[in-house]
Design a protein. Structure first.
Lengths: 186, 214
């Protein structure tokens, strides 16, 4: 089918849609989708944004469908709407980019400060895990057995093979090292 | 929303629509309404004899033509630009008439300069012109917005700006029937100020009142 024949076909469906033929309208909207996607991709590389533009064009076409004159070609009318909406989308993106910063964590917080306590505790636990991983192996093992798993010094001594005195010293040094790491992190 | 779902919703909700008449027809109809609305007070209140005498001067006749042509061309261009598939070049249609109008008015001011020096540089009747231009221009702009809104223009600011220029030209032309003296520099300044307000307000409000999303 040539471009001219396609235009006449679309124009006929649009004229029928203006007269209230819903089937012709649905067919027209489906048929023009590939054309609209090609036009939208010229202005926008992101497929999701392109689809947003295409949907915006469909909504605009619906709103201004009474302005189409069946005596004139349909394709330039449609292309002009698509061009206009693509430019509007581009301007909107530039405007938003100039005034807004994307912060994914913002979506995870709540307006009520009390509601964020769990999240803050989770963040603190994650930070502590990272700091514990940085300790020497002997200190890390002593700290995990005595403070994290809450074993007695005797149980920890049996589990690790270290003497009770060595465990006490290791735990003391581990806590001191963690305080230093936490201070550096702040 | 999925695009297929959107199409299903739109096609299900598509009631028959009344097609817009061609833009030239709509523009001429609008101008006809304005001729009727403005014609009555002109016939009843204006001193047509003085107007005819002033219009017999070739420079004044050209100035009147340029003013009216700016108004008509601006309105015709606005109706064309309100449609999606019409060229943006329509916005240039009133441009030559605006230039002609301003040049001829400026020339008139220069010719009037010796008399201006004798009369002094006061505002005289310029405040009347200012109020007249806004008093006529604002209702005309409102009527034009009502007519252009039907097309839901995709470029509302451009349409409003060109339409405002047309309204400004028409208001300035109607003023000539009630302005039985040549334009002084002070008058010109007041006229330009009133027209700038008219165009500025109409252009800014046009985005809200004409937008296809509105």
């Amino acid at each position: 089918m040539t471009g001219f024949e396609q235009d006449r076909l679309w124009s006929g469906w649009m004229a029928a849609a203006q007269d209230g033929d819903n089937a012709a309208y649905a067919r027209l909207l489906r048929e023009i989708l590939p054309f609209l996607r090609v036009l939208a991709r010229r202005r926008c590389a992101d497929p999701d944004r392109c689809e947003d533009i295409v949907q915006d064009v469909l909504l605009t076409l619906h709103r201004v469908r009474h302005t189409y004159d069946p005596a004139r070609p349909f394709t330039p009318w449609l292309a002009a709407i698509c061009e206009r909406r693509s430019i509007d989308a581009l301007r909107k993106r530039v405007r938003q980019g100039a005034h807004e910063t994307q912060d994914d964590r913002a979506y995870e917080t709540f307006a009520d400060p009390a509601a964020n306590k769990d999240l803050q505790a989770h963040d603190a636990a994650e930070a502590l895990k990272v700091m514990i991983a940085q300790l020497p192996p002997g200190q890390r093992e002593a700290l995990e057995l005595v403070k994290v798993k809450e074993m007695s010094l005797v149980e920890a001594s049996q589990a690790s093979g270290q003497s009770v005195g060595a465990l006490k010293v290791s735990v003391h040094r581990a806590i001191k090292a963690l305080r230093l790491l936490a201070g550096a992190a702040e | 929303m999925n695009t297929d779902d959107l199409i299903a919703q739109l096609s299900a909700a598509a009631a028959p629509v009344k097609r817009l008449a061609p833009p030239m027809t709509r523009a001429l109809l609008w101008l006809a309404v304005i001729i009727v609305l403005a014609g009555a007070p002109i016939l009843l209140r204006a001193n047509l004899g003085v107007f005819a005498q002033r219009a017999s001067d070739p420079r004044m006749a050209l100035e009147l033509f340029a003013t009216l042509a700016t108004g008509v061309a601006g309105v015709i261009a606005a109706f064309h630009l309100s449609l999606p598939d019409r060229s943006r070049a329509w916005a240039l249609l009133p441009a030559p008439f605006v230039v002609m109008w301003l040049l001829l008015t400026g020339w008139g001011c220069l010719e009037f300069m010796p008399e201006q020096n004798q009369r002094g540089w006061g505002v005289h009747q310029s405040d009347y012109c200012f109020r007249f231009l806004l008093g006529v221009g604002v209702p005309l702009a409102g009527l034009l917005i009502l007519a252009l809104r039907r097309a839901s223009p995709l470029q509302p600011r451009l349409v409003a700006c060109v339409g405002a220029l047309g309204v400004a030209g028409l208001a300035a032309f109607i003023l000539q029937f009630f302005h039985p003296f040549d334009v002084t520099i002070m008058d010109l300044g007041t006229h330009l100020c009133a027209l700038a307000i008219l165009i500025g307000v109409f252009s800014l409000s046009g985005r809200l009142t004409l937008s296809a999303r509105g």
